[in-house]
Design a protein around this ligand. Structure first.
Ligand code: PMV
Length: 321
C-alpha cells in the first residue's frame, strides 16, 4: 500500500466571488462562484501515514513546526480525512508555499487541495476529482476549485466542475502585494460576521448569483471586458457587504491600487481589479497589456511586489513511494 505522496496545487482567484455559507453541514457555499486556477504560484505538500495510531500527527508549514494551537484547523482536517479515508495511523505532513501564507492570497485553497490529494493518494484511496474536490471543500470552500485547472465553477450544492479550459480567455493576473503577514480576520469569521450583522448581507446573496450567471456568459463569449467588469463588480459588492459589518480587509494601498486600475481604464487600457479576504489587489489584464499595467501598479508607493500568474493546471500528484 502507498503510504507517502507529494501533491502540488495552485491557488485560484474567484472572478465571481463566494462569500457566505449555507446553513447545512459540509461547508457549502451560499452563492455560486467561478474562479481561475493560477499557474505561477504553488503549494507543495508531502503526506505520510504511519501504521501506528499512538504516534501524534506532525505538521510543518514553510519549514516551521505548527502545534495544535497554531495549526488547529489543519489538525482538525487531518482528523476528518482519517475518518473519511478509513486510516488509523498518524499523519506526517510537510507543506510549503512559494507565496505569502494566510494573507488573502488563497493559500488555504491550494493548501487544502494539495493536502487532500496527497493524503488520499498516500492512503491508497481513489483520487477521482469530484471526490478530491468534495473532501478539499471541507477544509476550505475555495480549495474545491483548486483541485481543477482552468476556469472552475462551484455551485451551491458544493460541487466543483471544470467550466472552461485555461486558454478560453487570454488573461494575466497581476497580484499586487500590499502588505506582509497574516490577515486580521479569517474568511470564515469574516463571512459569518457579514451575514450576521451587515445591512447588505441579503443584498449580496441576491446579487451574487446574477453577477455569476452574467460572468459565465461573458466567459463563454470570450469577452474579456465583460468578464473583467463583472469580476470587479463581484469583488466590490462582496467587500461592500463586509465593510458595512465592520469587516475591512483593505488598507490604504488597496484603495490607491483600485484608483490606478480605474485610471488605466480611463486611459483606454482594459484592466480590472479583484480583491479576496485580504488587502492585495489582483489586476486582470490581457497579455498584450500586462507589461504596461505592471509598470503602473509597481509605481504605486506601498505595492511591495507583483506576482504574475496565468490560468494554470489543477492539483496533481508529484511522486509516490
Ligand atoms: O475558501 P474560503 O472559505 O477561505 O473563502 C474564500 C473567500 C474568497 O476568497 C473571498 C472568495 C472566493 O470565492 O474565493
Amino acid at each position: 500500500m502507498i503510504r507517502e505522496a507529494v501533491a502540488i496545487a495552485h491557488p485560484n482567484v474567484a472572478l465571481s466571488k463566494y462569500w457566505g455559507k449555507r446553513d447545512v453541514p459540509g461547508n457549502v457555499p451560499a452563492v455560486p462562484s467561478l474562479s481561475v486556477t493560477l499557474g505561477g504560484l504553488r503549494t507543495r505538500t508531502r503526506v505520510r501515514w504511519s501504521d501506528d495510531p499512538r504516534e501524534p500527527d506532525r505538521l510543518m508549514l514553510n519549514g516551521r513546526a505548527l502545534d495544535r494551537t497554531d495549526g488547529g484547523r489543519i489538525y482538525a482536517f487531518l482528523d476528518f480525512l482519517r475518518r473519511k479515508l478509513d486510516v488509523r495511523g498518524a499523519a506526517d505532513v510537510e507543506t510549503d508555499n512559494d507565496f505569502p501564507t494566510a494573507s488573502g492570497l488563497a493559500s488555504s485553497a491550494s493548501g487544502f487541495a494539495a493536502l487532500t490529494l496527497a493524503a488520499m493518494h498516500a492512503a491508497g484511496a481513489g483520487t477521482s476529482w469530484p471526490r478530491v474536490a468534495d473532501l478539499a471543500r471541507q477544509g476550505s470552500v475555495s480549495a474545491a476549485r483548486s483541485v481543477l485547472g482552468g476556469f472552475v465553477e462551484l455551485d451551491v450544492a458544493g460541487a466543483a466542475r471544470p467550466f472552461a479550459a485555461a486558454d478560453r480567455l487570454p488573461l494575466v493576473v497581476l497580484v499586487c502585494v500590499t502588505a506582509e503577514g497574516p490577515k486580521s480576520i479569517g474568511s470564515t469569521d469574516g463571512m459569518r460576521i457579514t451575514m450576521d450583522r451587515s445591512p447588505y448581507g441579503r443584498a449580496w446573496l441576491e446579487t451574487a448569483p446574477r453577477i455569476h450567471a452574467a460572468l459565465c456568459d461573458g466567459l463563454v463569449a470570450g469577452d474579456f471586458a465583460r468578464v473583467g467588469e463583472l469580476a470587479e463588480a463581484s469583488a466590490m459588492a462582496m467587500h461592500a457587504s463586509a465593510i458595512a459589518a465592520g469587516v475591512t480587509y483593505w488598507n490604504g494601498v488597496t484603495v490607491e491600487a483600485l484608483a490606478a486600475v480605474r485610471a488605466l481604464r480611463t486611459g483606454g487600457t482594459p484592466a480590472y481589479a479583484t480583491i479576496d479576504a485580504g488587502p492585495h489587489v489582483k489586476v486582470l489584464a490581457q497579455p498584450q497589456d500586462a507589461a504596461r499595467v505592471r509598470g503602473v501598479m509597481e509605481a504605486i508607493p506601498g505595492v511591495r511586489r507583483i506576482i504574475e500568474a496565468h490560468p494554470g493546471e489543477g492539483a496533481r500528484v508529484e511522486g509516490a513511494t
